[in-house]
Write a protein that binds this ligand. Structure first.
Ligand code: ASP
Length: 587
């Protein structure tokens, strides 16, 4: 038997027992004639001791140990003279009688401690060592618990977990597909699923009216910070449901996760907000509602006073930053430069300081004290507050104001990671017009149903009418991050065909790509809808972290590479030939 107990198990009531532990040498200290070894495994750390009375053999064996050696240690549990209240096993130590080295270790390239001295790159290369560290272990434990809770909850209300294939044909979620060449079908390719969207809908047609799957999805996107080319979704679909049924079902699941993982109770229903309100008041389709500082439209209030920047703008609006009237000129100049950065794209920033000694602004020339008082009132500003105003194109300016709002929230410490503010956002536009390609794109995906009341517009031949169609779609947002998204689907083959037509697919193209689902809809497809949650990010948020990488055992780096495997990599000529591939790149 390798071990009688784990390294996290022994307590004061075990004193006197003869035990065998196995684990990794975390640390060795010598003090006087004594040696102390911290032995670590997944469950904790136990202190092993060798005192003066120990045999020469034992001392020699201990001399040879190094960090991260795997050993088996036998001895007697004894009470410590100086206890360590920080360790659950800190009341006891093992007085060693025997050590066996099960495997030696090279000196690890970085310290296996909570705060490691290793940089990101080196830790990624030796991921299996990094995974020995507590913070990563905790992250994976949290992920495991979340997955178990999801399964337990959904199983409890009749959902079936059904696997769907990984080698498929393209699923249109808006990203590029990863493709896999088929040796058996020369010149042909599978695509890896961007999501199991079409399969879960086919399962509804097949009658499995409550489906879920914790499933890997693949999207070949230009990598933005903290995106992974492969990621995991909690993918769900239900038949015979309306939006309310879906939101209520999954609100229940999310509440159970909050309760059972974080011990947080949400007694009220999660707030809900229309897409239009989200954009108008938060300049974002994923508002962080942990704090206020809503955007106020003051266009009509400020126009007609001969300030050309405002007069010529489609929209003027801003935020009131509580207590920030103390901002210095220098800070305001810096903020102005900040909003002008290309990612934010504002042309400038107008400020109004509501100070004890009156209102001061960067546009004093154009507005009277009464004008300022009216603006301050509309924006809910009190003495001590700072009003920040942006002007320009309506959508872009609201978005810029939204980004500024988040930045001020960060600067003022209003975005506390241990506070959770869930939110449903609904009534998204169905389509987005792209000027460059002169066509509509599905804002969610092409299987999303228009709202029933918008069907006439959807069938209209007028592009402007079509642009107004609302989707029966919804997102779940947590602390300003989109965690879930879904919709009530189209289940009528004619409507689905119309959708492909609106998206600019020719009948042949639509048939080539999506005949299977259009056909399925002709064989008794029930009304259905669903949702998918980004599981990695869900876990990261529950762990109070911004980055998802720690919640994935073997993630890719920011360039989409696995630096441990050094993948992607070339394949040999024989394999290329078998797959009928020719590379145009010389490496
Ligand atoms: N398949 C969708 C996605 O990956 C989710 C859904 O509509 O259920 O975003």
């Amino acid at each position: 038997m390798y071990r009688t107990h784990s390294c996290g198990e022994l307590r004061i009531n075990n004193v006197g027992e003869q035990v065998t532990l196995a684990g990794w040498v975390q640390r060795i200290r010598k003090m006087g004639g004594m040696s102390f070894i911290d032995l670590r495994d997944r469950y904790g750390i136990t202190q092993l001791t060798i005192d003066e009375s120990a045999s020469k053999d034992l001392n020699t064996a201990a001399e040879k140990l190094g960090r991260e050696f795997v050993i088996q240690a036998k001895g007697v549990v004894t009470e410590r003279t100086s206890k360590n209240s920080k360790l659950p096993t800190g009341d006891v130590e093992i007085k060693l009688t025997d050590i066996t080295v099960l495997n030696a270790s090279l000196v690890p390239p970085f310290t296996i401690e909570d705060e490691s001295d290793g940089g990101e790159e080196i830790r990624a290369k030796y991921r299996y060592l990094d995974l020995r560290r507590n913070p990563l272990k905790k992250a994976l434990e949290l992920r495991h618990k979340m997955a178990q809770e999801v399964r337990k909850y959904l199983d409890g209300i009749g959902f079936m977990e059904i696997e769907t294939p990984v080698l498929i044909k393209s699923t249109p979620e808006g990203a590029r597909d990863f493709v896999v060449p088929s040796r058996m079908n020369p010149g042909e390719f599978y695509a890896l699923p961007q999501s199991p969207q079409t399969f879960k809908q086919l399962l509804m047609v097949a009658g499995y009216d409550r489906y879920f799957q914790i499933v890997r999805c693949f999207r070949d996107e230009d990598l933005r910070a903290d995106r992974q080319p492969e990621f995991t979704q909690i993918d769900c679909e239900m038949a015979f449901v309306e939006r309310e049924d879906i939101l209520n079902t999954f609100e229940g699941m999310i509440k159970a996760l909050f309760k059972n993982i974080l011990n947080l109770e949400f007694n009220e229903a999660f707030p809900r907000m229309s897409y239009a309100d989200a954009m108008n008041f938060y300049g974002s389709d994923k508002p962080d509602i942990r704090f206020g500082m809503k955007i106020t439209d003051i266009t009509s209030l400020v126009q007609g006073k001969n300030f050309p920047v405002f007069d010529s703008a489609e929209y003027v609006g801003g935020i009131c930053v509580e207590g920030a009237a103390v901002y210095t000129r220098k800070q305001l100049d810096e903020l102005t430069e900040w909003v002008k950065r290309p990612q934010i794209g504002a042309k400038g920033l107008v400020y109004i300081r509501v100070a004890e000694d009156g209102i001061k602004s960067s546009v004093d020339k154009f507005y009277s004290p009464e004008d300022f008082t009216a603006i301050a009132k509309t924006m809910g500003a009190k003495v001590g507050d700072l009003i920040l105003i942006l002007a320009g194109d309506s959508k872009k300016t609201k978005e810029a104001a939204g980004t500024l709002r988040i930045e001020m929230g960060n600067r003022l410490g209003l975005r506390n990671n241990s506070v959770y503010a869930p939110l449903w956002v609904y009534d998204f536009p169905l389509l987005e017009w792209d000027e460059e390609t002169q066509r509509f794109y599905a804002m969610h995906h092409p299987f999303t149903s228009p709202k029933p009341e918008d069907m006439d517009k959807f069938n209209s031949s007028d592009k402007n009418e079509i642009a107004l169609v609302c989707a029966n779609a919804y997102d779940f947002v947590l602390n300003g991050t989109e965690i879930g998204g879904g919709s009530i689907r189209i289940h009528d083959s004619v409507v689905q065909q119309r959708m492909f037509e609106v998206l600019g697919f020719s009948a042949e193209e639509a048939a080539y790509k999506f005949d299977f689902i259009i056909n399925a809809f002709k064989y008794g497809a029930p009304p259905h809808g669903g949702i998918a949650f980004g599981f990695d990010r869900f876990c990261a948020l529950f762990g109070g972290q911004e980055t998802i990488r720690d919640y994935i055992a073997f993630p890719k780096n920011n360039a989409g590479r696995d630096v441990m495997l050094d993948a992607p990599s070339k394949i040999d000529e024989v394999q290329m030939k078998e797959l009928c591939l020719k590379s145009t790149v010389t490496l």
